[in-house]
Design a protein around this ligand. Structure first.
Ligand SMILES: C[S@@+](CC[C@H](N)C(=O)[O-])C[C@H]1O[C@@H](n2cnc3c(N)ncnc32)[C@H](O)[C@@H]1O
Length: 472
């Protein structure tokens, strides 16, 4: 009989440092409603993780959070009680294990064994048996086999199938299907084929985006970013893409604020507002919902080239500080007001161009926010509506007759795009919609207009929406 006295027991293995960090980041994101990107970046910095370790940790965190709904459906088949009855720590450990087994090329034995060791260290020996047993069951099938087992047949319930196979909540897929269908008359809102591009869109959401830079006009030019290793963007005249990622802060133009990190779709909508034709005065520009100030910086740089000035409005003090920081490198006496955009303190009709980039569900930026899809609810869209309508109303009141408003969301959900614009314009007789498509030169697949919806799968951008409104 072997001697199991503590003195003779084999020393307990230490958990793998990278998996442990990934688990702790995931815990913070799920238990404190943290933003994965912020929590992870801080953790990587604090632990001085870089190179392959940082990349592995990022994949563990982002992948686990992004595929959470699918992993929960798999785990529900492997755990004998409802997942809701599991301790949240245990559930996060199981999700992290499932990700390694089902979507990473980690050897099954290594993945299970590492997760058992991590479980022992993080929640105690008594739980490690359950983790071992459940993950072994998970490892008995590939992801495709699990999907065939647990998802409804695509012929019976296409959206239900996609929810599992593409890891999106069903209500989000429905909203996307509706938005895509309205751009392509004749395509059913609930397609059973992918004629509408729905599957491509969901796939694009599951691909982490490359880092896109903006060369702020008049301050940096694209050649400078290209020399630093970036390649020119596809559509925006100011965009460059950092191939292979890397820290953008190492580029001089970014470190000094002459360039910044900004999705190409965000660049396109801000540039579209600046390009809208205008008769008469073009001196006063307003960014009504400015924080953290990415679009403010681009608009201010463009305004500066025409001797115009930008006023940026943001009610949250800490976000207004971010706007100030973003505007610091831009020449000109641009102002930041810490105010509520629905209660203008400036005279009606004061501005020539207004951007209303309103608070929204952010469903258009799921690529870059891995946890967001599981956190948002249909109620968010309903609850944001009155604020969105008040802000468009305020934007229209703030612009002079003949001036233009760009209503922008980072969401393709009709409840926060067309429905908002239509409701506001139906109530007031002093503004009309204009065709925004000519303001996106060279950008293909802009639909039937007059508004513009960009898409990750078609344009490689966030799903930004823009409606161009002219005050009459
Ligand atoms: C979608 S974000 C704007 C992003 C920004 N334009 C950029 O490109 O960096 C919406 C912003 O509106 C702000 N906001 C919320 N309520 C507001 C209000 N009543 N008036 C003005 N801005 C508001 C939010 O704090 C948030 O910073």
């Amino acid at each position: 009989m072997s001697d199991r006295s503590p003195r003779n027991r084999a020393p307990q293995r230490r958990p793998d440092r990278v998996r442990q960090l990934a688990y702790r980041v995931i815990r913070q994101v799920t238990s404190e409603d943290g933003y994965a990107n912020l929590v992870l970046n801080k953790a990587l910095r604090d632990q001085r993780l870089s190179g392959r370790d940082a990349a592995f940790c990022t994949e563990l965190v982002h992948g686990t959070l992004r595929w959470q709904g699918t992993y929960d459906a798999v785990l529900a088949r492997c755990v004998s009680r409802p997942l809701a009855d599991l301790d949240p720590e245990l559930l996060d450990l199981l999700r992290l294990g499932a990700h390694q087994l089902l979507r990473m090329r980690v050897d099954s034995y290594a993945a299970v064994s590492e997760m058992v060791t991590l479980t022992r260290a993080e929640v105690g020996q008594s739980r490690s048996g359950l983790v071992n047993a459940v993950l072994r069951k998970v490892s008995q099938r590939s992801l495709d086999q699990w999907i065939s087992t647990i998802a409804p047949s695509p012929d019976d319930d296409h959206l239900g199938y996609l929810a599992i196979a593409k890891a999106h909540p069903r209500w989000v897929i429905e909203a996307f299907a509706n938005a895509l269908a309205s751009e392509e008359p004749g395509v059913l809102p609930h397609p059973s084929s992918d004629a509408s591009g729905l599957e491509d869109l969901l796939d694009a959401d599951n691909d982490p985006p490359r880092v896109t830079l903006v060369a702020r006009p008049g301050l940096a030019d694209l050649d400078e970013l290209v020399e630093a290793g970036a390649t020119r963007g596809r559509w925006s005249p100011y965009a460059a893409v950092l191939q292979g990622g890397g820290d953008p802060g190492r580029i001089g133009a970014v470190a000094t604020g002459r360039a910044g990190v900004q999705d190409e779709g965000s660049q396109l909508v801000a540039t579209a507002l600046a390009m809208a034709p205008l008769d008469g005065s073009d001196a006063r520009w307003l960014d009504l919902c400015a924080g953290p100030g990415g679009k403010s910086a681009l608009l201010a740089a463009l305004a500066n080239q025409r001797d115009a000035l930008l006023t940026a409005v943001e009610p949250l003090k800490h976000r207004a500080e971010l706007v100030r920081a973003n505007l610091r490198a831009i020449p000109g006496d641009h102002r930041v007001l810490v105010e509520d955009g629905t209660k203008p303190t400036w005279p009606a009709g004061w501005y020539d161009r207004v951007l209303a980039d309103v608070p929204c569900s952010g469903l258009g930026a799921l690529r870059r926010r891995p946890e967001a899809r599981w956190r948002r609810t249909p109620e968010d869209v309903v609850e944001l509506r009155p604020l969105q309508e008040a802000l468009v109303g305020s934007a229209i009141t703030s612009v002079r007759p003949g001036g233009v408003v760009a209503y922008v969301t980072c969401s393709p959900h009709h409840g926060e795009t067309r429905a908002v614009v239509d409701a506001v314009l139906a109530r007031r007789g002093d503004a009309v919609l204009e065709d925004a498509r000519p303001l996106f030169p060279g950008v293909p697949l802009l639909g039937e207009g007059p508004d513009v919806q960009l898409w990750p799968h078609l344009h490689g951008t966030d799903a930004m929406y823009l409606a161009l409104i002219r005050r009459i």
